[in-house]
Ligand binder design. Structure first.
Ligand code: ADP
Ligand code: MG
Length: 233
């Protein structure tokens, strides 16, 4: 099992945080659709991976010490050729090493540029009395400013998943507002149930953050993921 391998490697290394690549591997194994995200440890490898994945691509810093990647200048999106990838690689490295001189940087991750969709966020936190709890909300200002989110205790049943999505105030945005495509709500419900199942059967995870998830008329994809471990070291 990928999840066991990743968790035991992280524990051996006395880490609190998984990389985006590791987090997406765990989520993908649980059946959750994520952008295929791979590690490049040098510029040539980043170009080779970009060509394999297909342009346009996104490059991101891969470091357990940099969890808010954009704030560090560690994310470059919509790169459409080799020159753009090479420049992005250098710019990301320069910015991140300047902002975090002591960070342990394993390389730069490469993934396909996902088509824009309705941004939602899905997360898990541990509540001291209820145990693991899942969260669903609309991305951006809806969660940051308006705190428009719904919570349910793990394990979720089908009705919980559906109720969570339907109780947020911004639900209209998911139903196709002013010409925007509606979001595939059954697909999002299935994502919540798969996450609940993963969390229910896995020990040692303190927090999961899928932010953002792009929701489409058909399907949805996780473009960024973070997992924090429950650790005693
Ligand atoms: P951060 O660590 O700052 O949260 P993210 O990985 O979320 O970094 O990237 C920042 C933003 O870049 C995202 O909110 C999203 O809008 C965009 N983005 C990230 N990955 C992709 C992708 N694969 N396709 C399209 N847009 C992306
Ligand atoms: Mg993010």
């Amino acid at each position: 099992m990928i999840v066991d391998d990743i968790l035991s490697k992280a524990t051996k290394e006395k880490r609190h945080v998984l990389t985006e690549i590791e987090a997406k591997q765990i989520l993908a194994e649980a059946g959750i659709n994520c952008t295929d995200t791979r590690l490049a440890t040098n510029k040539d490898a980043a170009v080779a991976l970009s060509e394999e994945i297909g342009y346009p691509v996104v490059l991101k810093i891969s470091s357990v010490d940099i969890t808010h990647k954009s704030d560090a200048g560690g994310v470059k999106v919509n790169l459409s050729d080799k020159t753009a990838v090479e420049k992005a690689y250098d710019d990301i490295m320069a910015s991140c090493t300047a902002k975090f001189p002591n960070a342990d940087i394993e390389g730069i991750s490469v993934q396909g540029m996902a088509q824009a969709g309705t941004e939602v966020i899905i997360g898990m936190t541990q509540d001291p009395s209820f145990g693991p709890v899942l969260m669903f909300g609309l991305g951006g200002i809806f969660v940051e400013v308006l705190k428009d989110v719904a919570f349910r205790i793990v394990p979720l049943d089908k009705n919980d998943a559906s109720d969570m999505i339907h109780e947020i105030k911004g639900k209209k945005l998911l139903e196709g507002y002013r010409g925007q495509d509606p979001a595939d709500i059954p697909f999002l419900e299935a994502m919540l149930l798969k996450l609940s199942e993963l969390v229910d059967k896995t020990e040692g995870i303190a927090e999961i953050d899928m932010n953002p998830v792009f929701a489409y008329k058909q399907g949805a994809v996780v473009v960024d993921a973070r997992i924090i471990l429950e650790t005693s070291y």
